[in-house]
Write a protein that binds this ligand. Structure first.
Ligand SMILES: Nc1ncnc2c1ncn2[C@@H]1O[C@H](COP(=O)(O)OP(=O)(O)OP(=O)(O)O)[C@@H](O)[C@H]1O
Length: 346
């Protein structure tokens, strides 16, 4: 078995306007590196699937857009000549064929004999941990097993680029987790260039070498999971990757004042600011005097093992972490310390 070889892809000015005038994708430039897993992350309707379909050759770009695979212009090539593999949410398998035949199907077009095809298919079934299911009908499989078959079939055809559109969305939470880890391991081991569409932040952070966060038909930010998580470029990106807390107040002479109290903010200009920060970057401790710290009221506290997740009253309420052993009761007044380097302002 030879491993799928990674191909680089370059999109220049690729855009999509549907006949009814919907601008699903504004002109977009995008470079996908050889062997990279790029995740397209964003809310429903932001254009993820449209971008994926343009790379696949299932949609044609508006005039002026171009797509190159390893420098080769594939803009005018239909899907069957682009050498892409696809894995969808709805498995798109042939129900009347066995598992092995499904996986071997893609090899037919490559002119391989039946025996060689089935041998090759068997090695990909093993890779996707379903070697014992080769003789089963598709209708006799669970959802997770079907998705493994879809993945094995796509990989067996040795695609230049593997395109996955929400492949785990239809599965239950436990199975999602398992398959996500396996897909991650497989894509890295085979170094297959892949583009993975999801609206699930955790999935994106775990699978992506880079993540492109999409908003209303544009890439709002592209970067490594760390870059996106730690340095969201816009409030949309911040919100979408879970930077959930918002605290509004005034800065004057290096001090941030909100209704909950005040704290040093030497790095902020004077004026109104909305601070955003993650729960894990906000620590609950004993209340200070309101003049030199934020003081808030406990609305709820949940023990989650290593720490407590505390909801602090306010509009909107804030989420923060507290030590596991800190006694906390409804209505307690507590102090809140924010890690200065974890605060984003927009
Ligand atoms: N054939 C079409 N004709 C007209 N509009 C379309 C067509 N296909 C998609 N759209 C619109 O283009 C926009 C982007 O759709 P797309 O499917 O790419 O979004 P998405 O981010 O993949 O969303 P989801 O996560 O819900 O699948 C949406 O507003 C959608 O309604």
């Amino acid at each position: 078995m030879t491993e799928p070889s990674g191909t680089s892809a370059t999109l220049t000015g690729v855009a999509k306007t549907f006949p009814d005038g919907t601008r699903a994708l504004h002109p977009t430039d995008l470079a996908i590196a050889r062997g990279e897993t790029l995740v397209l992350l964003g809310p429903s309707g932001c254009g993820k699937t449209t971008l994926l379909r343009l790379i696949a050759g299932l949609e044609a770009s508006d005039a002026g857009g171009a797509i190159h695979f390893d420098g080769e212009d594939v803009t005018a090539l239909p899907i069957e000549r682009r050498g892409v593999g696809m894995v969808f949410q709805s498995y798109a398998l042939f129900p009347n064929m066995s598992v092995a035949e499904n996986v071997a199907y893609g090899l037919r077009v490559r002119g391989m004999g039946r025996r060689a095809r089935l041998a090759e298919a068997a090695s990909f079934l093993a890779l996707c941990r379903i070697e014992e299911l080769g003789e089963r009908r598709i209708t006799e499989l669970s959802g997770g097993q079907r998705q493994r078959v879809a993945l094995a079939r796509a990989l067996a055809a040795k695609p230049r680029i593997l395109l996955l559109d929400e492949p785990l969305t239809a599965l239950d939470a436990n199975l999602r987790e398992t398959l996500r880890a396996e897909i991650d391991e497989l894509l890295r081991r085979l170094e297959v260039t892949s583009v993975y569409v999801t609206h699930d932040q955790a999935e994106a952070l775990m699978l992506g070498d880079r993540i492109a966060v999409m908003e209303k038909g544009r890439i709002a930010q592209i970067g490594t999971p760390q870059e996106i998580y730690r340095g969201p470029a816009t409030s949309f990106v911040a919100e979408f990757v879970g930077l959930t807390n918002e605290l509004r107040g005034e800065v004057a002479a290096g001090v941030f004042r909100a209704t909950h109290g005040a704290m040093p903010a030497r790095h902020l200009r004077d004026g109104t600011h909305t601070l955003r920060f993650r729960p894990e970057d906000a620590l609950v401790g004993p209340a200070t005097s309101v003049g030199d710290g934020l003081v808030m009221e406990v609305a709820a506290a949940v023990f989650v093992g290593g720490h407590q997740i505390v909801t602090l009253a306010g509009n909107p309420p804030l989420r923060a972490h507290a030590p596991a052993d800190m006694p906390l009761a409804l209505g307690d007044r507590v102090g809140l310390t924010l890690r200065p380097d974890a605060i984003k302002t927009f």
